[in-house]
Design a protein around this ligand. Structure first.
Ligand code: IPM
Ligand code: MG
Length: 362
C-alpha cells in the first residue's frame, strides 16, 4: 500500500519529535512492505516566519491532497506579540476547521512498566485505561463574538454549540464505547452554562440509540477530581472543546507524562490530523531531550485510522512498550530519584530498531 502523508513539524520540539515519528513510519513501511511518501509543510510560528501566515495556502493544499496529516506542535513565545489571527495556534485551529476534524480522540492508558512515572499511588492508577473524546471544531475556541473591546478594558469569548455539533461527537463517543467498557461519562457545566444544558439534553437523547452503553453526566469540576481520585473507573469521557483540552493534560499526568499521549482528530470522511497532545515545549526545544513517543504513537493511530492497518499500528505500539520495558526513559518519564535518562534520538531510534527486529506474525 502507498501511504501519502503530509507532515507538519511546526514549532519548538515539534520538528524533533516528528522526525523520529517519520523514521518510525519509514521502518514500519519497510518491515511490512508499504511505500511511504511524506511531504513537509510549515505551520504555526515557523509558517508565520516563512510565509507571513500560520496556515499558508500551500500547507492547506498539501494536507487536503494527502491521505492524512502528521503534526508536531505549534506555539512560540514570540507569537504572543502578534495579532490574534497571526498567532501560531491559529494555524492549528484553522487547519482543524478547514479539514472539519471535529472528533478528537485522546486515549490515556497506564503502561504497567511506567507506574512509577505517575504522581499518583499505584493502587489509584493501576489499570487506568480511558479515552477522552473531545469536540474539536466548535465551542469557545471558535464562538463569535470574540475579541478585545473598549481599548483593552473588556475581552470576550463565546461558548456556542449547536445541536448537530453535539450529536455528531456524541455518536463518535458511543461508537468508541461500544468497543470498550461501554461506559460514557459526558462532561459539562450544566448547572451554570446554557451551552452545557443543550449539551446534556442532546447527549441524553442520543444515548437512547445505544441502550448497551451506560451513560452518565458529570460536571467538569467533579470530573477533574474523579480523574485523579478514581481514574480506573473511567472509560469514555465525552467533552466539549475547552473541557477536553484541560482534562486531557490532566489525564496525561495521571498516566505518567504528557510526552506519551497521542491523539487523532477525525472528520466524517475518514481523514484526520494525528498529533501528540503536548505542546511545543519551547523551554526544552533544541535540547534533544523531548519525548518522541507521543508523536510516534500518533503515527500508529494514523495507520490504524487512515488505512485500517491494525497489525502495523500494533507493532509500533508494542515496540514503544518494549523500549520502555527495557528501561529507556526520557527526562519527563523519571520521577523522584533520578535515574539515567536518554534523549529523543536514542529512544526514538530504539523504537525503529524494535519494529525492524520483531518477528513476523500472522
Ligand atoms: C491541544 C493544544 C491546542 C488546543 C493549542 C495548541 C491550540 O493545547 O491540542 O490540546 O488548545 O487545542
Ligand atoms: Mg491542550
Amino acid at each position: 500500500m502507498k501511504w501519502t502523508i503530509a507532515v507538519l513539524p511546526g514549532d519548538g520540539v515539534g520538528p524533533e519529535v516528528t522526525r523520529l515519528a517519520v523514521d518510525v513510519l519509514g521502518s514500519t513501511a519497510k518491515r511490512f512492505n508499504h511505500e511511504l511518501k511524506v511531504d513537509f509543510h510549515d505551520i504555526g510560528w515557523s509558517a508565520y516566519e516563512n510565509h507571513g501566515d500560520p496556515l499558508p495556502q500551500s500547507t492547506l493544499e498539501g494536507c487536503k491532497s494527502a491521505d492524512a496529516v502528521l503534526l508536531g506542535a505549534v506555539g512560540d513565545p514570540r507569537g504572543d506579540k502578534l495579532p490574534p489571527d497571526l498567532r501560531p495556534e491559529r494555524g492549528l485551529l484553522a487547519l482543524r476547521k478547514e479539514l472539519e476534524c471535529f472528533a478528537n480522540i485522546r486515549p490515556a492508558r497506564l503502561l504497567s512498566c511506567l507506574a512509577d512515572a505517575s504522581p499518583l499511588a499505584l493502587e489509584t492508577v493501576e489499570n487506568t485505561d480511558l479515552v477522552i473524546v473531545r469536540e474539536l471544531a466548535g465551542g469557545i475556541y471558535y464562538g463569535e463574538p470574540s475579541g478585545i473591546l473598549e481599548d483593552g478594558e473588556v475581552a470576550l469569548d463565546t461558548m456556542r454549540y449547536q445541536r448537530n455539533e453535539i450529536v455528531r461527537i456524541t455518536r463518535v463517543a458511543f461508537e468508541i464505547a461500544m468497543d470498550r467498557k461501554r461506559k460514557v461519562i459526558s462532561v459539562d457545566k450544566a448547572n451554570v452554562l446554557s451551552s452545557s444544558r443543550l449539551w446534556r439534553k442532546t447527549v441524553t437523547e442520543i444515548a437512547l440509540e445505544y441502550p448497551k452503553v451506560d451513560c452518565s453526566h458529570m460536571f467538569v469540576d467533579r470530573a477533574a477530581m474523579e480523574l485523579v481520585m478514581n481514574p480506573q473507573s473511567l472509560d469514555v469521557l465525552l467533552t466539549s472543546n475547552l473541557f477536553g483540552d484541560i482534562l486531557s493534560d490532566e489525564a496525561a499526568a495521571v498516566v505518567g507524562s504528557i510526552g506519551l499521549l497521542a491523539s487523532a482528530s477525525l472528520n466524517e470522511n475518514g481523514g484526520g490530523i494525528f498529533e501528540p497532545v503536548h505542546g511545543s515545549a519551547p523551554d526544552i526545544a533544541g535540547s534533544g531531550s523531548a519525548n518522541p513517543l507521543a508523536a510516534i504513537l500518533s503515527a500508529a493511530m494514523l495507520l490504524r485510522q487512515t488505512y485500517s492497518l491494525e497489525m502495523e499500528a500494533r507493532t509500533i505500539e508494542e515496540s514503544v512498550e518494549a523500549v520502555l520495558e527495557m528501561g529507556l526513559r526520557t527526562p519527563d518519564l523519571v520521577r523522584g530519584t533520578v535515574g539515567a535518562t536518554v534523549g529523543t534520538e536514542t529512544i526514538g531510534s530504539a523504537v525503529s530498531h524494535q519494529i525492524l527486529q520483531r518477528p513476523a506474525e500472522k
